[in-house]
Design a protein around this ligand. Structure first.
Ligand code: FE2
Length: 377
């Protein structure tokens, strides 16, 4: 099954590539209740049932539900007993992203290249087979307890992975237009950003394409720094954030406190029609961060003419930013867990290849208002 195919901007073509990545294969979240989480991602986010592994497939210690929307696959996994590594992960971090699966042509080679360059092993290459063919997977650690699993599936035509069976259900709501993972952001501790930038450069062959410092991203109270890493063909983009000194506790500090360490802060998913997608998501109960209405008063002065009508953007709270190549529309959900940790970004790119720097200030002030309510600012 083919996966991600984000448009590939010209700037990436020259990047060195000893580790070719075809795209995001799947994201696995360790969660307290995979069955109910799967229902949430279906009913609220428009995913469909895809695959299942658990007692009925001979797996004794866990249950995994896989949901899909276009090229995005989420695996939701819960342990079935106490005292498991998955359970410890959930106890420490709450629900969160454990695996960022990367689709490769050769999972053994990707693993060897990474290990040779200093990666910490999570899983040596394993070949799994069933009547639909074979899949080779291998894994390395990235920040915190998060891991990258390389997935080689060119000789496989099953529903998801060997060991999974098709998850059939009569309830599959209409999709909301989410297409593929545009980028995934990691939060790391103060002083650790460059360590992980170096990891992605040296171990994974990524290139730094953007950087923001505390002068770009600061409000009256809080600041953060961010560098954006991209793989050779531009299909995988990982911004890395670290907190910067501020008057009060930043959103990154809050994340690190509640996740109890570094981890995935947000998953940005692309749509071709953000107004339609966000309308659907809101109707299904997804809550978004709101910027003040005044944001829209000067919007056209800031970003120039855009194709969309201003009124639905204002009504839904969708943000707009422009770079040299075009513009983008984006909006951020509130955290999807009880802990203020993981959230989603919905993004529509109209030429722009950047990440909405012009929105950071308005956005962070909105986040701070939420932090204030939580008493964590
Ligand atoms: Fe983002």
């Amino acid at each position: 099954m083919s996966t991600l195919s984000a448009p590939i901007p010209k700037i990436y073509e020259k990047a060195a590539d000893f580790m070719p990545l075809n795209g995001t294969d799947y994201l696995e979240l360790y969660v307290g209740n995979a069955k109910q989480a799967a229902h949430f991602y279906k009913s609220a986010f428009g995913f469909k049932s895809l695959a299942y592994a658990g007692l009925e497939t001979g797996v004794k210690d866990r249950e995994s539900y896989v949901v899909v929307q276009d090229k995005i696959r989420l695996v939701l996994t819960t342990p079935l007993r106490s005292g498991t590594k998955i359970g410890q992960h959930i106890d420490r971090h709450g629900d969160g992203v454990k695996v960022i699966g990367l689709w490769v042509d050769d999972a053994t080679r990707a693993y060897n290249e990474a290990i040779k360059r200093g990666a910490k092993s999570y899983m040596e290459p394993v070949t799994e087979k069933d009547e639909h063919g074979k899949v080779v997977r291998s894994g390395i650690y990235t920040y915190g307890e998060t891991v990258h699993i390389f997935v080689e599936r060119n000789d496989y035509n099953g529903i998801f992975l060997p060991g999974y069976k098709q998850w059939k259900t009569h309830y599959n709501p209409e999709p909301v237009g989410l297409k593929y993972v545009d980028h995934m952001v990691g939060n790391v501790e103060l002083g650790k950003m460059n360590e992980w930038v170096n990891f992605y450069e040296n171990v994974m062959g990524f290139t730094q394409i953007l950087s923001f410092d505390d002068k770009d991203i600061s409000t009256e109270y809080t600041a953060l720094m961010s560098k954006v890493m991209s793989n050779g063909n531009g299909r995988i983009k990982f911004p890395i954030n670290e907190p910067a000194e501020g008057l009060k506790k930043s959103q990154i500090d809050e994340y690190l406190e509640f996740y109890e360490g570094p981890g995935v802060q947000h998953i940005a998913v692309a749509t071709d029609n953000i107004i339609e997608t966000v309308t659907q998501l809101r109707d299904r109960g997804i809550e978004f961060l709101r910027v003040p209405g005044t944001y829209y008063d000067s919007l056209i002065d800031r970003v120039g003419e855009i194709d969309e009508d201003l009124e639905p953007l204002r009504e839904l709270g969708i943000l707009v930013d422009r770079d040299d190549e075009g513009y983008l529309l984006q909006i951020f959900t509130k955290p999807v867990n009880p802990r203020p940790t993981l959230f989603f970004e919905i993004i529509q790119r109209k030429g722009a290849t950047s990440f909405g720097k012009g929105n950071f200030k308005a956005l962070f002030e909105a986040i701070e208002r939420e932090q204030e309510l939580r008493g964590t600012l």
